[in-house]
Design a protein around this ligand. Structure first.
Ligand code: SF4
Length: 254
């Protein structure tokens, strides 16, 4: 097998094993009866899932605030015309992210929908308009100037299904790199898949929203996804999201 193909296979395998470990698996049963133990290590989806020589320094540096010398443009270049997971097959556009690459605040959503796939920007459909309203009317910030917005997967899952674990695992190194490049003062996870990916465990979002966590040293707030908010447009949900955003503003001292 050509070396390049083998290294891609090994990278994908390692990403997948890392993902299983982060989701609580400690071993893999095999038909031979031999049980393979997954190596113990850090919680969360670690930098070791990034597989390029260019990023090898990240493998020992687990703190985003340690400021690796990368820019958002570097990360976009590394991503390239990505075919690392099956989502590339049906996408029209890679939806990398948008906003200020030096923003204090980053919103992380789940994945692009049809409008985003068409236009190449995150959160531009109905849910996106709701997010813009939350940012601009609710928080009194400017979406493009004061925030950066991206998703855990950069390509649209067909029929807007949830991204699969192996797809999230394949794309996660680039989310990590984006956050490393931006080094915001706070991150907001929009909805369960984003919260679960950033915390490396399954998050019951209705229970845990509104609480502060940490993602590699950066304060992380969990809140409802704007698409969910539109579906369940109750006074309680709207109030909860605004309470969450007020906590973020306090953290940013705005
Ligand atoms: S979702 Fe991410 S890993 Fe998968 S093809 Fe798109 S950019 Fe690549």
């Amino acid at each position: 097998m050509p070396i390049r193909k083998r290294s891609i296979l090994l990278r994908d395998l390692r990403n997948y094993l890392t993902f299983l470990k982060d989701y609580g698996f400690s071993e893999i049963p095999s038909e031979s009866g031999v049980t393979l133990e997954l190596p113990s290590g850090t919680k969360g989806l670690p930098y070791s899932s990034i597989d390029t020589d260019k990023t090898s320094h990240m493998k020992t540096n687990k703190n985003i605030t340690a400021k690796p010398n990368i820019s958002i443009e570097n990360v976009r270049e590394e991503l390239g015309d990505c075919t690392r997971c099956n989502l590339h097959k049906d996408r029209k556009t890679i939806v990398f992210g948008s906003g200020n690459p030096h923003a204090d605040l980053v919103f992380v959503g789940e994945g692009p929908g049809a409008d985003e796939d068409e236009q190449g920007f995150p959160f531009v459909g109905r849910a996106g308009r709701k997010l813009t309203e939350i940012i601009e009317k609710g928080m009194n910030l400017r979406r493009e100037e004061d925030t950066y917005i991206c998703n855990i997967v950069k390509c649209r899952p067909p029929n807007n299904r949830d991204p699969k674990p192996d797809e999230i695992a394949a794309c996660n190194p680039f989310l990590i790199r984006q956050l490393q490049a931006i080094r915001p003062k706070a991150i907001v996870a929009l909805g369960k898949p984003a919260a679960s990916t950033l915390l490396g465990r399954t998050v019951p979002i209705m229970k845990e929203r509104g609480n502060w966590y940490e993602y590699e040293g950066i304060p992380l707030m969990l809140t409802l996804h704007p698409a969910y908010l539109l579906r369940a447009y109750t006074i309680e949900n709207r109030r909860n999201v605004m309470n969450d955003m007020n906590k973020v503003l306090t953290k940013l001292k705005r």
